[in-house]
Write a protein that binds this ligand. Structure first.
Ligand SMILES: *Cc1c(COP(=O)(O)O)cnc(C)c1O
Length: 472
């Protein structure tokens, strides 16, 4: 059967396959759902597959009904969205690869309404004149940070770029060598400075930078004093950095604006929530920063955005930069941001309704109890090739926030009975292919499923039937 050219029976059987035109005529429902062009291509591909299988001597079902079913399944599979929901059991609450913060329901509703309807995005309803889109969040940002004025852009990278380009193009910016960080991907402070058109003046050393280093770096060409929150790494041991208040008073003395890139920048005091201390936006303003920038979708728990707050005349300069138009925040994120900021007016409501804060503060006992409930169910789905146990673990906040300090959590640990690496990778791949993909973490020959972010248990248990099927 291998050599089909000399196999007259295969050629004969090809002739029994229905023609594409016949199939099209007999599939009015598929035609309505997928359209002529798409269905024709899928039918041709389906028939080609059948011919190959006939050539290999495999048994085939070439009835019209069977071809229609296979083609319909294939079209549905191809039509599955590339961007889809997953369960984040990675143990990192704000995972950049998994979309960072999840929005609270009120923000989702506002976002949908802005998507569905025209809005007063840039229209002042009081006088009917053209307005700024930033007004919808500016007063909230000012209220929550203590700043005079504020604006928003696409993300914090854009905020830093806009601030540097507006206030320091063609001039010098001294930055401590301990703060020349790479945030991830291609966002590195020295390179962003270059693209913004400013000259980085490196000062101090990696571990220690003093006020005199800033003082000595100041020339007639100095445009800004800048501090970058080191976010994703921590200097320990013989270290020293200049407190914000001291830099602020140097800035006032010299008339040079003081800008802080806070990275995550929280709006609530994390220590009061029992979480690792994080700089708050309000503290940075109170310490005398002229401008601060921070992300919308990190600790804030909102949509992707870059928030900029500070002195009125600086914000006005940023808003007047032609780059601002290229970096502006879209209306969907703006609608969500307004709702998220409103929640912060009542910190206990923020804690209750913002998924990020709720997940970060979820008690370990809660997570451990959930692990006890789910372990037997998962065990049944992956038996007999894999075994499930429960282990205490440590979740990470993620997105550059305090990588050193972790949150006590609990994991379901799945490991192959035969202990092989490929069995483990197979399991991870099966979990990624579930209707709702489950994303865990591979570590020490085990797949760790950290339950901290599993708020809706049913979404997990609903996957177990498909998992058991895929394991069988
Ligand atoms: C995360 C981060 C950025 C980039 O923020 P995005 O919102 O991801 O663009 C910039 N600076 C610091 C210090 C950060 O931690």
């Amino acid at each position: 059967m291998a050599d089909t050219e000399h196999d007259p029976s295969a050629a004969t059987r090809h002739r029994h396959l229905p023609a594409v035109d016949t199939l099209l005529r007999q599939s009015p429902e598929l035609l309505a759902r997928w359209g002529h062009q798409q269905l024709t291509v899928a039918l041709r591909a389906g028939l080609a597959l059948l011919r190959q299988r006939i050539d290999r001597g495999e048994p085939v079902d070439a009835t019209i009904g069977s071809i229609q079913r296979n083609v319909a399944d294939q079209l549905e599979a191809d039509n599955r969205n590339s961007l889809q929901a997953v369960l984040n059991l990675s143990g990192t609450v704000l995972h950049t690869n998994l979309g960072r913060a999840c929005l609270p329901e009120s923000a989702v509703a506002a976002l949908c309404s802005a998507a569905r309807n025209p809005s007063n995005l840039e229209l002042d309803l009081s006088d009917g004149k053209r307005g700024r889109r930033e007004v919808h969040v500016e007063s909230l940002i000012c209220e929550l940070t203590g700043a005079e004025a504020a604006t928003v852009v696409n993300n914090n990278a854009a905020a830093v770029l806009l601030a540097l380009n507006t206030l320091a193009m063609g001039r010098q910016v001294p930055v401590s060598r301990g703060e020349l960080v790479e945030i991830g991907g291609s966002f590195r402070i020295p390179e962003v400075m270059q693209r913004a058109g400013c000259t980085l003046v490196e000062i101090g050393s990696t571990n220690r930078t003093h006020l005199r280093d800033y003082e000595q770096a100041i020339t007639g060409e100095t445009a800004l004093l800048m501090k970058v929150h080191a976010s994703n790494y921590r200097l320990e041991g013989f270290t020293s950095e200049v407190p914000e208040q001291e830099l602020a008073s140097l800035a006032r003395k010299t008339g040079i604006p003081f800008v802080i890139d806070l990275g995550s920048g929280s709006l609530v005091d994390f220590a009061s929530l029992g979480l690792p201390q994080e700089p708050t936006a309000a503290a940075a303003i109170a310490n005398g920063a002229d401008l601060i920038t921070f992300s919308g979708d990190k600790l804030l728990g909102g949509p992707q955005a870059g928030l900029i707050a500070g002195r009125r005349e600086l914000i006005a300069q940023l808003d007047a930069n032609p780059l601002k138009r290229a970096l502006r925040l879209d209306k969907l994120a703006l609608a969500a941001m307004e709702e998220v900021l409103k929640l912060y007016r009542n910190p206990s409501a923020a804690l209750d309704q913002l998924p990020t804060l709720r997940q970060l503060t979820r008690p370990q006992a809660d997570i451990a109890a959930q692990a006890e409930r789910l372990a037997p169910l998962l065990s049944e789905a992956v038996a007999p090739d894999y075994r499930v146990s429960i282990a205490a673990s440590a979740s990470q906040i993620g997105s550059g926030a305090l990588p050193v300090e972790c949150l006590p959590s609990a994991c379901l640990c799945v490991s192959p009975q035969a202990g092989s690496d490929s069995a483990l990778r197979h399991l991870a791949a099966v979990l990624r292919r579930l209707p709702l993909p489950i994303i865990g973490r591979l570590q020490n020959g085990t797949l760790w499923l950290d339950l901290r972010c599993l708020e809706d248990e049913q979404r997990f248990t609903e996957q177990l039937e498909a998992l058991a099927e895929a394991m069988a």
